[in-house]
Design a binder for this molecule. Structure first.
Ligand SMILES: NC(=O)c1ccc[n+]([C@@H]2O[C@H](COP(=O)([O-])OP(=O)(O)OC[C@H]3O[C@@H](n4cnc5c(N)ncnc54)[C@H](OP(=O)(O)O)[C@@H]3O)[C@@H](O)[C@H]2O)c1
Length: 446
């Protein structure tokens, strides 16, 4: 069987925030799924008793919601992003009945009701009804509560609407429904969050993983209805990724976005361990060049003049977006990483050169977005004590990358202050960098 309950369970965590560690140990789709605490609140709201077995079934059902229902947009999306409290749940229940019938909360509450109704004990709870004089008292109480609920909910909704209008220019969540996105390295880290974020936004994903074992493991974890095609390509083997794409019959022009996220860093290895350095450059840099050449050679770059207007706000950009995940580390050297920073410097500079060439030759496609994302927790970079402030939420980074690529941004960097600190360290000279990085990473390379 391809699905089992634990894969869909969500531990306690704020809505819209990726759980630390493996994203699939947390919520895959935070807009749609509820954690155990939120489920208990929903039960309290509906007058039901929570049950473990029903929560398992609910989690499985909601993990399929992004492929069944249209993703929420605008205010509805903003209202779905925050963690449920008893107060918010009561407001959302009423507001969604009047104004957002397709809001995730409707599916969540309807599913809780339906699952409890199919359960013997749940059915008995739901079938209980006051009789005689208590029925009239209950009706009076219900009428008073409904009036108060409407008054509070309408004022709350007006306030939410004002806040959303003010925040709208900065809010992400660009629509991706129907888009076809190629992402490398989707079995873990940023690549996996990019895949989940795309799926939550309604996109179809072609993901690449390094081995057949990773492919099987990932397939077993994803809901069967997820629109994901997984290809195996070891990026350290020249040409393997484009061969895999061709063998699968993927046409470059059929892709709306290509996000090259997979990367490698041989920690502790000297810049003189040439085999590792070659591997680093092949995975981080040359494989990206291979995909870009494949995209451009197949005519994705043909036929659009530089004067062709870019898509306006809210319009769909017809260009394939090529997104190359580089690193802020590309601005400075680093010992003991087998040339990781050098490979990212090469990638960033090469991508800029590609964009210049596309411009000069009159090809506006693909659009090129270079991502230098700052720090986030992953297999590549473990979180270090005391440095928590420097780390961004990986799922948020993934969301920002998609928003930026859809908007046709040329470069995406971490919060400005992080970039400023990096550049200040760069301006401080080699001596400063040497002392600083030796303290951060005191071990000599192997
Ligand atoms: N984490 C950070 O703070 C940070 C900062 C700046 C930039 N970045 C960049 O962000 C991207 C994602 O990194 P991450 O932090 O998410 O790293 P990660 O957790 O280590 O994931 C790396 C991904 O790349 C895949 N990969 C590595 N070598 C491969 C190969 N030879 N063939 C195919 N796939 C390969 C891995 O597959 P396997 O599971 O098979 O190894 C994995 O899916 C990288 O390009 C990285 O340089 C990360």
């Amino acid at each position: 069987m391809r699905e089992s309950g634990w894969q869909f369970r969500c531990p306690s965590r704020p809505r819209g925030e990726a759980a630390a560690g493996h994203p699939m140990n947390g919520a895959m789709f935070p807009l749609w799924q509820v954690d155990r605490g939120e489920y208990e609140l929903a039960c309290a709201h509906l007058g039901l008793t929570p049950r473990d077995r029903i929560y398992e079934m609910l989690s499985e059902y909601l993990a399929r919601a992004p492929f069944t229902f249209a993703p929420p947009r605008g205010l509805a999306r903003a209202l779905a992003q925050r963690r449920l409290t008893a107060f918010r749940l009561a407001r959302l229940d009423l507001a969604s009945r009047w104004f957002f019938p397709a809001h995730p909360i409707r599916h969540i509450l309807n599913a809780v009701l339906a699952l409890h109704e199919c359960d013997g004990a749940g059915y008995r709870e739901m079938a209980r009804a006051p009789i005689g004089r208590t029925a009239w008292l209950a009706l009076a109480g219900w009428t008073l509560r409904a009036a108060a609920n409407h008054a509070i909910t309408l004022s709350w909704l007006a306030a939410q609407c004002l806040a959303w209008t003010a925040w709208k220019p900065f809010a992400g969540g660009a629509a991706a429904a129907g888009r076809r996105v190629l992402i490398t390295g989707v079995n873990r880290g940023l690549g996996m969050d990019l895949m989940l974020e795309c799926l939550e936004r309604g996109a179809r994903v072609i993901g690449t993983v390094r081995t057949e074992a990773s492919r099987s493991e990932l397939l077993a974890r994803l809901p069967a209805s997820a629109p994901v095609t997984l290809l195996v390509a070891d990026l350290s083997q020249p040409g393997m990724i484009t061969d895999a794409l061709d063998a699968a019959g993927v046409l470059p022009a059929s892709l709306d976005m290509v996000v090259l996220s997979a990367g490698t860093k041989h920690d502790g290895q000297s810049v003189l361990s040439l085999e590792r350095v070659r591997d680093t450059f092949q995975v981080n840099c040359f494989s990206a060049m291979e995909v870009a050449a494949w995209l451009c050679a197949a005519g994705v770059g043909q036929g659009a003049s530089p004067s062709e207007p870019a898509a306006g706000p809210g319009e769909r950009d017809p260009r394939t977006a090529l997104v190359l995940v580089s690193s802020m580390g590309r601005w400075h050297g680093m010992h003991s990483t087998a040339g990781y920073n050098a490979s990212k410097a090469a990638l960033s500079i090469w991508a800029e050169s590609l964009e210049m060439e596309l411009h000069l030759t009159g090809k506006r496609r693909p659009s090129v977005t270079i991502v230098e994302p700052g720090l986030f927790e992953s297999g590549m970079v473990g979180r270090r004590a005391g440095l928590g402030l420097l780390f961004a939420s990986r799922r948020r980074v993934a969301g920002r990358i998609l928003d930026g690529a859809v908007a046709g941004r040329k470069v995406l960097r971490p919060p400005f202050w992080f970039a400023l600190v990096t550049w200040a360290v760069c301006l401080g000279g080699r001596g400063l960098r040497q002392r600083l990085f030796a303290r951060a990473k005191p071990k000599a390379p192997r």
